[in-house]
Design a protein around this ligand. Structure first.
Ligand code: Y43
Ligand code: MG
Length: 347
C-alpha cells in the first residue's frame, strides 16, 4: 500500500524529477526553459514552490505567489498515474493557503484555451472564468521564440448542418479562422457512402474543396450505442429513414432501447474532422473526438441538435440539450476533435 502523499517545499535536488513530471504532464513549452523557471521561483517567494511526495518520489508540484494584488498559481502538475485521487485538489489547497497567508484576496490562474480537462477541474474547485483577455509581452527569451499567431484564413465547411457550423465557428474563431458554408458554392448533395466516419468526412471535404477552391473542413459524426452494437453509428443522420428528422431518429432510438435499464444504455458521440488544404491534398489532417454518456428514457432540454435531448452526460448531470452552447462546445466530441486537429496545424 503506498504511503500518504506529503506536500513540502521544493528543494534544489528535486529539479530533475520535477522537470520530468512537467514533461509527462505536457506543461513544458519551447519558450519556457523549465530550469530557468525554477531558478526564477527560487529567487522570489521560494516557499510558494511546493512538491507532493509519495514513497520518496515526486508526484506533484505547484508554484504559487502573491504580486501584491492577486495570488497566482503556475505549474500545477500531478503524476498522470495518480489521476482522480485528489492530488491536484490537495496541491491547489496548499497553494491557496500559502497565498492567503500572504494576504492575497484572490487567486488567479491562466489556462491554455484548449485545456478543457483542466478547466473542468478548476471549476469543481470553485474557480470561475473571468471575463478578461490575458495579454503578455515576453521580456526575456528563454528558448525558441513563441510560434506566430496563425494568419486569418477562410476555410469552407463541408456541411449542410447550421448547428455544426455554429459550433465549429466558435471553436475556430479564436484561432483566426473563418468558415464559409459549402452551399455558397454548390447545392450538390454528397452521398455519404463510406463505412467509416473518416471516409465520409473525406468525401465531404474533398467535394467542398473542389467546388470552392478553398481549404476544406468536414465533420462526420454520429452516436454509437453499446446495446445496439454501435448503431446508429455512421448512419446516425439517416437512422429512421433517408433524410429523417432529428425527432424521427430520436423516436426510433427510444424504441430500440425500450425497457433497457440505465446500466445498459451507455453510448458515445463520435466526431471525425478532416481538413484538406486543397481538393488533391495527399496528406489530409484527421482528428477524432469522443464524448461518453448514456441514452435517456425521454427527451430532456431544447438546446443543441440531433440526439442531444437523449444524450445524458453523467459528469454534468444534464442532457447535452440542457447544456448552454458554450459549455457543450468545451466538452463535446466535436470540441475534442477540434482541439486535436488544431494541435496538428503548423503554427
Ligand atoms: O453534437 C451532436 N449532438 C447531437 N447529435 C449529433 C451531434 N453530432 C452528431 N450528431 C448526430 C446528428 C446526425 O444524426 C448525425 C450526424 O450526421 P452527419 O452526416 O455527420 O451530419 P449532418 O448530416 O447533420 O450534416 P453534414 O453531413 O452536412 O455535415 O449524428
Ligand atoms: Mg450528413
Amino acid at each position: 500500500m503506498p504511503e500518504a502523499v506529503q506536500i513540502r517545499r521544493f528543494v534544489p535536488d528535486d529539479a530533475g524529477a520535477v522537470i520530468a513530471l512537467w514533461q509527462a504532464c505536457g506543461l513544458t513549452r519551447p519558450w519556457n526553459d523549465p530550469q530557468r523557471d525554477i531558478a526564477r521561483k527560487l529567487a522570489q517567494q521560494a516557499e510558494g514552490f511546493l512538491v507532493a511526495v509519495q514513497d520518496a518520489r515526486i508526484v506533484g508540484s505547484v508554484m504559487a505567489g502573491y504580486d501584491g494584488h492577486r495570488g497566482w498559481v503556475n505549474y500545477l502538475a500531478a503524476d498522470p498515474a495518480l489521476r482522480h485521487q485528489g492530488l491536484g485538489r490537495q496541491l491547489m489547497a496548499a497553494a491557496e493557503a500559502y497565498v492567503a497567508s500572504l494576504g492575497a484576496p484572490k487567486m488567479n490562474l491562466q489556462l491554455r484555451e484548449d485545456n478543457t480537462g483542466a478547466a473542468l477541474f478548476y471549476e469543481r474547485l470553485g474557480y470561475r472564468r473571468d471575463a478578461v483577455l490575458s495579454y503578455g509581452k515576453r521580456l526575456v527569451l528563454d528558448g525558441a521564440a513563441p510560434p506566430p499567431a496563425p494568419l486569418a484564413q477562410t476555410l469552407v465547411l463541408a456541411s449542410r448542418n447550421q448547428k455544426k457550423l455554429a459550433e465549429l465557428q466558435a471553436l475556430l474563431a479564436p484561432r483566426g479562422y473563418a468558415l464559409r458554408l459549402v452551399s455558397e458554392f454548390s447545392d450538390e448533395d454528397v452521398e455519404e457512402t463510406g463505412e467509416s466516419f473518416i471516409e465520409n468526412a473525406l468525401l465531404k471535404a474533398r467535394h467542398a474543396a473542389r467546388v470552392s477552391g478553398l481549404p476544406a473542413l468536414a465533420d462526420d459524426s454520429g452516436l454509437e450505442v453499446a446495446a445496439l452494437g454501435g448503431a446508429p453509428g455512421v448512419r446516425s443522420a439517416r437512422y429512421a429513414a433517408e433524410r429523417a428528422s432529428d425527432a424521427a431518429n430520436n423516436e426510433k432510438l427510444l424504441h430500440a432501447l425500450a425497457g433497457l435499464p440505465e446500466a445498459q444504455r451507455s453510448a458515445r458521440f463520435v466526431s471525425v474532422l478532416v481538413l484538406l488544404r486543397h481538393a488533391q491534398d495527399p496528406v489530409p489532417l484527421i482528428a477524432q473526438g469522443f464524448w461518453p454518456g448514456r441514452i435517456l428514457e425521454a427527451a430532456q432540454g431544447a438546446n443543441g441538435f440531433g440526439y442531444d435531448p437523449l444524450f445524458y452526460v453523467p459528469e454534468l448531470a444534464r442532457s447535452a440539450a440542457e447544456l448552454p452552447a458554450e459549455l457543450k462546445n468545451r466538452v463535446s466530441h466535436r470540441a475534442r476533435a477540434m482541439h486535436s486537429l488544431l494541435r496538428q496545424l503548423p503554427a
